[in-house]
Design a protein around this ligand. Structure first.
Ligand SMILES: NC(=O)c1ccc[n+]([C@@H]2O[C@H](COP(=O)([O-])OP(=O)(O)OC[C@H]3O[C@@H](n4cnc5c(N)ncnc54)[C@H](OP(=O)(O)O)[C@@H]3O)[C@@H](O)[C@H]2O)c1
Length: 259
């Protein structure tokens, strides 16, 4: 697929941190975007999307909830591609099935069911996670190479109460099975730790946890300005992948034509 300005794509969970950058990038490339959010009346969550360049002409907001079957139908109808990012990102939960696993797995299946009803769909890209790859109890020593043959083990995740990891693992497993059965062109991508400048107003869990657990203690320890802590951390890590950097990429590899 090229970006001639005629292609219509859907981004789920568009108010989220990663999805907001995907929407921005797609609009920059000339795509028309159907973006799903939980509520179009929640101005705090959508204002940054409406302010994006190209939004007036080519951004359409739809309400959709992972837990409602058929909820994504209208946003996906007529699209050539879908970027599915919506999934609960929670660290501490009291009811993992209700808060994480149900929405992640059933939500992903709901999105894929909507895709299977839309003959226009050429490719679906799911933001899975490194969480669905590395949690299987195998040693993670420096000599180990983790590749596409790696999957997290649901039993291991359950025994060790890694509920978010379990939700991502089961959602990806269900997605791959559904896509195979329905002959959908599905790509799953596995980011590790994605932080960077947020477009949205409120910090998401990843950014706020990273700030609390890594940056603030470092700043306190060094008695320096918080922003020094940010620069120090980013420098020490050899450069975390800032979402902003993706905008500079010449193509969207997972989504463009293979040739
Ligand atoms: N950030 C990372 O380091 C990282 C790394 C690997 C993978 N990922 C994956 O990337 C995706 C986006 O993560 P993020 O970091 O951008 O998190 P985020 O900002 O919290 O975004 C999550 C999105 O999912 C939506 N969502 C949650 N439950 C929903 C429901 N029941 N119905 C509809 N939408 C729902 C949220 O909507 P509300 O705003 O309304 O809650 C939000 O838009 C997730 O699939 C996550 O697992 C993230």
């Amino acid at each position: 697929m090229g970006s001639t300005g005629e292609e219509l794509v859907c981004v789920t969970g568009a108010s989220g941190y990663i999805a907001s950058w995907i929407v921005k990038l797609l609009l920059q490339r000339g795509y028309t975007v159907n973006a799903t959010v939980r509520s179009i009346r929640d101005t705090k969550k959508i204002a940054h999307l409406l302010a994006l360049d190209g939004a007036d002409e080519r951004l359409h907001l739809f309400e959709a909830d992972l837990l409602e079957e058929g909820s994504f139908d209208s946003a996906i109808q007529g699209c050539q591609g879908v970027f599915h990012t919506a999934s609960p990102v929670l660290v501490s939960v009291s009811d993992p099935q209700t808060e994480l696993i149900g929405p992640a797995v059933n939500g992903t299946l709901n999105v894929l069911k909507s895709c299977s009803k839309a003959p226009s769909i050429k490719r679906i890209v799911i933001t899975s996670s490194i969480s669905s790859m590395i949690f299987n109890g195998k040693p993670l020593t420096p000599d180990v190479v983790i590749d596409e043959s790696w999957y997290s083990d649901p039993v291991y995740c359950k025994e060790t109460k890694l509920w978010y990891k379990l939700s991502k693992t089961l959602a990806e497993e269900a997605a791959l099975k559904f896509a195979k059965e329905h002959e959908l062109d599905l790509v799953t991508i596995h980011p590790g730790f994605v932080i960077g400048p947020p477009l949205q107003e409120a910090l998401n869990i990843t950014d706020s946890n990273f700030t609390k657990t890594a940056l603030l203690p470092m700043t306190k320890a060094s008695d320096s300005d918080f922003r020094d802590g940010v620069r120090l951390q980013i420098g020490k890590a050899g450069g975390f992948g800032e979402a902003a950097e993706t905008v500079k990429a010449p193509k969207i590899p997972a989504f463009e034509d293979d040739d």
